[in-house]
Design a protein around this ligand. Sequence first.
Ligand code: RP5
Length: 168
Amino acid sequence: MSNPVIAILMGSKSDYEKIESAVSILNNFDINYTVRVMSAHRTPDIVTEFTKSAAENGYKIIIAAAGCAAHLAGVTAAHTNLPVIGIPVQGGAFHGMDALLSTVQMPGGVPVASMSVGTGGGKNAALFAIRILALSDAETAEKLNRFTVKQRDAVIKSDEDLQNKLNK
Ligand code: RP5
């Protein structure tokens, strides 16, 4: 994709299916992004190189997804002043609790915006990034408004359907 503004980093290719919802949201909003596999533990040099040069390469936001001892988001935030959004990936012996604590418990001074564990985490990471972009991009802000209205309408419709079914 040309001129990507969002980088999605994953600690392993095994994370992809769990955070694919982030990719589909970015596609729906026509946001250019890059998806890369790089690990804070297995390829720390590549993470350092990528994140140190991310801002000068045109990225505005980094989404970092990792499971288990999830240090990718934290290490990324240590190497750049760009906003970093962490997705604690569900899995491993503790079903994502380990990743959640690793992502959310950053020391003061190095912020990571932690999303939720599970499929909502990937979706919300993309939407959170889009909310940041919308601050300075009217077209993205308008798309976000339309998304919110559509989501609201879907909930109202599901309630109407339920009432019709129960009150037959
Ligand atoms: C983490 O370890 C990755 O982000 C992944 O969630 C987990 C397991 O990785 P694999 O062993 O499947 O490559 O670093």
